[in-house]
Ligand binder design. Structure first.
Ligand SMILES: C[S@@+](CC[C@H](N)C(=O)[O-])C[C@H]1O[C@@H](n2cnc3c(N)ncnc32)[C@H](O)[C@@H]1O
Length: 214
């Protein structure tokens, strides 16, 4: 994972990072309008860039697929990479069928989709064959789940991997991120983008990115 490239190129996606209402590339607007989601174009542009910075042989993992919007965003233009989505599909009306239809509507190949509880699947070895270059966690955001949602990734992370977390404006998510960085010397925070609670609604509820020091 080329984390330096990620940090260098992120501001270039916008006229005025992080203030811009949307990225220069408007491909993600159609995802926002056509697929039920919990994000903004800006979040999608960040994820897409992260996927484009994967090294050969690395995998992008998304925990919390819902209707597939953020997975579609990450995959656009990066179809040659390996993507894995994990979801228990117990939230609102999300189903595997809906995700597959949305991927098809955007002309994307089917990624690997693991259906079940990430806290059972991953410790049981569901990703043991993967060198994970991006771990995007957008599932349950309680304090305990957020911490555990980072810890369970550790065994499969590639050197330099990005751990990306959504909804970091939330008090318990921010606290979990702080505590994780404090307990894990191999994780270094490289980016914090405020969201709507802190005056930046164009970034949904905020995002943080950690780099896994290999
Ligand atoms: C906020 S939604 C994801 C939104 C999506 N990333 C997007 O941008 O459109 C959270 C998803 O996490 C899933 N989820 C929550 N806890 C989970 C768990 N323990 N294992 C797997 N999936 C989980 C829910 O089923 C839900 O679809």
């Amino acid at each position: 994972m080329d984390a330096d490239r990620f940090l260098r190129e992120l501001p270039r996606l916008f006229d005025d990072f992080p203030q811009s209402e949307h990225p220069r590339d408007r491909r993600f607007a159609r995802i926002v309008s056509d697929v039920e989601n919990l994000a903004k174009e800006n979040n999608f542009a960040l994820l897409n860039l992260a996927a484009s910075c994967l090294d050969d042989g690395e995998t992008y993992v998304e925990v919390g697929v819902f209707h597939g919007a953020s997975l579609v965003a990450a995959m656009l233009g990066n179809e040659h990479r390996r993507f894995v989505g994990v979801d228990s599909f117990e939230f609102r009306d999300a189903t595997l069928d809906v995700v597959e239809r949305n991927l098809t509507a955007f002309g994307l190949p089917r990624p690997e989709l693991l259906v079940g509880d990430v806290f059972e699947l991953v410790p049981a070895g569901a990703l043991n064959d993967a060198r994970v270059g991006v771990w995007y966690y957008d599932a349950l955001h309680t304090y305990e789940a957020q911490l555990e949602g980072l810890r369970i990734a550790e065994a499969c992370l590639a050197p330099g991997a990005l751990l990306i977390v959504d909804d970091t404006d939330w008090e318990q998510v921010e606290r979990a991120m702080d505590d994780y960085v404090a307990e894990q010397p191999r994780a270094r925070r490289i980016l914090t983008v405020d969201g709507k609670d802190r005056g930046n609604p164009q970034w949904w509820e905020g995002m943080q990115v950690l780099r896994w020091e290999g």
